[in-house]
Design a binder for this molecule. Structure first.
Ligand code: ADP
Ligand code: MG
Length: 730
């Protein structure tokens, strides 16, 4: 029996070893595996506690000797939980997380065995960095890299089976200080934004000392039976199906969205949620998504650095917990053709230490002017740096989703809703007239009275927009489901910081020339509205008309990663990142190289998998069927039956033979193109060759013939689980 039928049998019969999931009160377990402030208070001396809290607030570095005390406290806590090992946990540019476990166990000089975790081990480690991508930043002879403790993200305990490991969130930098991860730049960008936003806030309110970007992500994913996945080498190796004919029933009935969650998946969800709660991940919602077997979860938003850590951690927890339930989580942006893919909406806003959400309309005209300031600055930032924002979400897997008419197009635009469009138009319409203090535009910014209208826009909002204002936050909807949000968040925070800095300078200049503050602010807001207008779009982002209109407006529509990435290393980008102290030129170029490399490798792997499956699965099955047909036809001929009685078989034989031949020819031709691409030295040219010559030219063509064969060949002979099985068997 082929693996496919074994797997199907397994799904239908073997339910004996499903784990039981206890229902737990969330507040009873929330954060129990985290060394949070409360735990710190319990386990640290006053001095150590104060130093930790100050450093979390970003105020002060932790002294070495205090670090020793903190480390001892953390170990004492961890040991009560049965932890034996610790690791620095970091986010290298591979896209996953990395750990290198060390035990607390050590020997004293006289050979006495003790458990120890000293301050130095907490603060800094030196993992061999040579096997992580560096984009040429680090010559191989200088393989050292450093991980350095990020006190703002609390240590936590990961449980794998019965083993428990203390994980210390860290940044990862090269010997010479260049960042090699997603966290370090994010922290820099968060700081840049903090500084810029505080300056602008202080135009309105001197009490604001800190502004923090907030992130609430929404993670979409598919859940498929493990046995079925194991019978699909493409899912195992690239997380997506490279072949598969559309099932009779896909998502056309739209009966999955918000439908009841299948029992087995429900048990899995509760299980991973419990694990997440222990880790302090504040999950809030869970529901079915549009496609069959697709689901979503979302937490309560948090400070961006923590939210990113929590998302990365969640993806890991989900994948591990799924195993216990004999399920596999697919985080890929497009695991199945013909049905919706997965994204990760990034809900983003700015919070002050005085408790104000800067992107929520306020209660008075003055706070509304502050809202309008941040609102318009964000729009202006997206307008000025749309190409860099687009590059921040470019990846081989997201290419399958963006612009595929179920996710936002690759054209960056901003949706603000009817009401705010009107507000912006009002301000704009006054170009040429000077604002004065009694001006309605300033004094009666009536937003607070229009909250119902805003909420209406919010619920009725445009789902086709890549960057939408949703009442009290912006929602960056083009981020891919596999992405580390740290990267797009770094870019968004940087471009908004840059824009706010320029804004503050322009306002100051007007004030120096004698304008009153509010009037100066209003003048610059108006100028920004005018200059960034073309990024605003309220219509259907999927439509043909929008693509034409966007081209007319001069908005870029970069559909593929190798081209979209160009925006990372333009003079404009280099200046932006240098000036805001996020990336040096060499760091930027290194990142660009790494993204290209990743793209090339992903496409290369998929192309290989396609070749393998075609040669080892598709063609052998099809040949068996072809032989059966041939036998049948020749027997009929021998029996001297009139040919009109087996016209069907003859036509089938012809079809099957044609598709077999086409699969052969196209796979061969694709392999040739791959060889050509592999010989290209320049990585941009190589990535473009992989995109245009290998992927665009052959992937769909090969798939077309394979999927035809799937529909023709005897079901008994087909070895790969079909879409109807992957998506509907639970
Ligand atoms: P929808 O699917 O309609 O977009 P969800 O409730 O699934 O809505 O997701 C909304 C997300 O927005 C949640 O993760 C929530 O925490 C987040 N969010 C709400 N307010 C803010 C904010 N001020 N900053 C960042 N994220 C926010
Ligand atoms: Mg959303």
């Amino acid at each position: 029996m082929s693996l496919r039928f074994e797997a199907i049998k397994h799904v239908s019969h073997d339910r004996t070893n499903e784990p039981e999931v206890k229902s737990q009160k969330i507040t009873a377990i929330f954060g129990e595996s985290v060394f949070n402030i409360k735990t710190a208070r319990e386990y640290l001396s006053d001095e150590a506690y104060k130093s930790l809290v100050n450093s979390i607030k970003g105020a002060k570095k932790i002294e070495r000797n205090v670090a020793g005390q903190i480390a001892t406290g953390i170990r004492a806590w961890a040991e009560t939980k049965g932890v034996t090992h610790f690791t620095h946990w970091f986010q290298p540019l591979t896209g996953s997380t990395a750990e290198k476990h060390d035990s607390f166990f050590t020997l004293k000089s006289d050979g006495t065995a003790i458990e120890e975790f000293d301050g130095a081990a907490l603060i800094q480690q030196e993992p061999d960095a040579s096997s992580f991508p560096s984009g040429g930043l680090r010559a191989t002879f200088e393989a050292r890299g450093y991980t350095a403790w990020d006190p703002s993200s609390p240590p936590f305990i990961i449980e794998i089976g019965n083993g428990k490991t203390l994980c210390v969130p860290t940044i990862f930098v090269s010997y010479t200080g260049e960042s090699l991860d997603y966290k370090a730049p994010l922290m820099k960008a968060t700081e840049a934004l903090n500084k810029a936003a505080v300056t602008v806030c202080n135009l309105f309110d001197k009490n604001v000392n800190k502004v923090t970007p907030t992130l609430g992500w929404e993670q979409e994913y598919f859940v498929i039976d493990e046995a079925l996945v194991n019978a699909r080498p493409d899912l195992v190796q690239c997380g997506r199906t490279v072949f598969g004919a559309a099932p009779a029933k896909g998502q056309q009935l739209e009966d999955h969205y918000f439908g009841s969650i299948p029992e087995r998946v429900y048990a899995f969800m509760r299980d991973y949620e419990n694990e997440s709660y222990k880790l302090g991940i504040p999950l809030r919602t869970r529901h079915n998504e549009v496609a069959p077997a697709q689901f979503e979860c979302a937490p309560i938003f948090e400070e961006v650095n923590i939210a990113v850590d929590h998302n990365i951690l969640l993806m890991d927890v989900m994948s591990r917990v799924a195993k216990r339930h004999h399920l596999v989580v697919l985080l890929h942006e497009k695991p199945f053709a013909g049905i919706n893919g997965s994204g990760k909406h990034n809900n983003w806003s700015l919070a002050t230490d005085t408790g104000v959400n800067l992107l929520a309309p306020g209660k008075t005209p003055k706070t509304n002017l502050m809202f309008l300031t941040f609102f318009v600055n964000t729009i202006k930032a997206v307008h000025d740096y749309a190409d860099i924002l687009r590059a921040s979400i470019a990846s081989a897997s997201n290419d399958f989703r963006l612009g595929a008419n179920e996710a936002p197009p690759a054209i960056i635009s901003v949706f603000v809703g009817e009401y705010l469009t009107k507000v912006l138009n009002d301000v704009e319409s006054r170009v040429g007239t000077k604002f004065d203090e009694q001006d309605e535009a300033i004094l009666k910014l009536d937003l607070h009275r229009s909250i119902p209208e805003l909420l209406m826009d919010n619920t009725d909002r445009n789902r086709t927009s890549p960057f939408a204002f949703t009442g009290n936050k912006f929602e960056f909807r083009a981020v891919g489901s596999t992405a580390n949000c740290g990267h797009p968040m770094t870019i968004l925070n940087t471009i908004v910081a840059d824009t706010l800095n320029k804004f503050a300078a322009e306002v100051e200049a007007l004030i120096e020339k004698g304008d009153k503050k509010e009037i100066a602010i209003m003048q610059v807001i108006q100028k920004y509205i005018v200059s960034s207008k073309k990024i605003l779009f309220e219509g259907d982002g999927y439509s043909e008309e929008w693509h034409k209109e966007a081209a007319k407006r001069g908005l870029p529509n970069l559909k593929t990663t190798p081209i979209a990435l160009d925006a990372m290393i333009t003079e404009k980008a280099k200046k932006l990142f240098k000036e805001n102290n996020i990336y040096s030129h060499s760091e930027l170029e290194a990142r660009y190289e790494i993204e290209l490399e990743k793209y090339i490798k992903k496409v290369q792997i998929e192309a290989r998998i396609m070749g393998d499956l075609a040669t080892n699965h598709i063609i052998p099955s099809a040949l068996k069927y072809q032989n059966e047909l041939l036998k049948n036809v020749s027997l009929l001929r021998e029996a001297a039956l009139p040919e009109k009685l087996y016209k069907g078989q003859l036509a089938l034989l012809k079809d099957v033979s044609t598709h077999i031949q086409q699969v052969y020819e196209n796979v061969d031709a694709m392999v040739e193109e791959r060889k050509v691409a592999n010989n290209i030295a320049n990585s941009r040219d190589k990535a473009i060759a992989y995109e245009a010559k290998v992927k665009a030219q052959y992937f769909d063509k090969i798939r077309y013939h394979v999927d035809k064969l799937e529909q023709l060949v005897d079901d008994e002979l087909w070895t790969l689980p079909k879409y109807r099985e992957l998506l509907f068997l639970r």
